[in-house]
Ligand binder design. Structure first.
Ligand SMILES: [Zn+2]
Length: 282
């Protein structure tokens, strides 16, 4: 008898467990209607289901663009106002000669001076160094950086072919203070410096600049005897960090001197003729 009762108990317990397990899978409620009732206010379809089906967008290749650096001048007219073409760059460690090209005129069309006319970015880029004190040699100036990869491949190759090995020790003719040297890298950028502006540039660091964007106006600040635009183009390691820059003057700081040496004499940032860029788009 005990055995029989025990068996009944086991069977009953098993049936209860089976019913409990089965209950979630067998709904007792009728399924919801397939279409909402007419009084139901539809909610907006989540956009995630839409965006998931959108084809990936492609970033368009940048179109190589070079702009005239001066108001009322075109790329083609620039040679007519070039008063100082690029000289043969000095040896590394030396600061002789003129580093860059100068544009100037006394009389041109209705103008009686180049002073005050607008200066524009020759390529899109990022601001690297605004020089906001009227120091020797550049006066009020602005340096921009454009990745070398922005240029067409043949022009990249041409510039890199002219880039000489950076010396371990450039034997500075000036006794340059120690500065942090850039990393030796395969990533290069073009640096373009616009000097002797009329006023302190209204830019901070790392600001994006469009090709042809107004940077300031032509002036006579810094080491300059007549109003002109000094345009200095160099090829060097990407990501330059210049906190400041100025020539050896007692009023300037060792940090300014160090960056001056790094920029002009170390061999990391090597001069090239900006007409390589201008001629590429003619
Ligand atoms: Zn110059």
């Amino acid at each position: 008898m005990k055995k029989y009762l025990f068996l009944v108990l086991i069977l009953w317990l098993s049936a209860c467990q089976a019913a409990e397990l089965a209950s979630p899978a067998t709904p007792t409620q009728p399924p919801p209607p397939a279409t909402p009732s007419p009084t139901h206010t539809p909610t907006l379809t989540p956009t995630s289901t839409f965006t998931a089906t959108v084809a990936p967008t492609h970033t368009p290749e940048p179109v190589f663009e070079v702009c005239s650096p001066l108001e009322d001048e075109t790329i083609e007219s620039l040679p007519r106002i070039l008063v100082n073409p690029l000289e043969i760059p000095p040896n590394f460690g030396q600061d002789t000669g003129h580093h860059g090209v100068d544009f100037a005129y006394y009389q041109r069309a209705d103008r009686t001076s180049i002073e005050g006319i607008e200066i524009y970015a020759i390529m899109p880029g990022l601001t690297v160094l605004p020089l906001t004190d009227d120091d020797i040699p550049y006066g009020y100036a602005l340096m921009l950086e454009t990745p070398l990869s922005y240029l067409p491949q043949p022009l990249q190759d041409r510039l890199l072919a002219g880039y000489l090995p950076v010396p371990e020790d450039p034997h500075y003719r000036l006794s340059c203070p120690e500065v942090t040297l850039p990393e030796r890298t395969d990533s290069f950028s073009i640096y373009h410096l616009y000097a002797h502006m009329q006023a302190s540039p209204a830019f901070t660091r790392d600001e994006p600049v469009r090709c042809g964007e107004r940077l300031g106006t032509v002036g006579n600040t810094g080491y300059s005897s007549n109003p002109h635009l000094h345009l200095e183009t160099r090829l060097g390691p990407s990501g330059a960090q210049f906190e400041s820059m100025a020539h050896y003057e007692v009023t300037n700081t060792p940090d300014q001197w160090g960056n001056y040496c790094l920029w002009r004499m170390s061999g990391y940032y090597q001069l090239f003729d900006p007409f390589l860029l201008f001629d590429a788009v003619e």
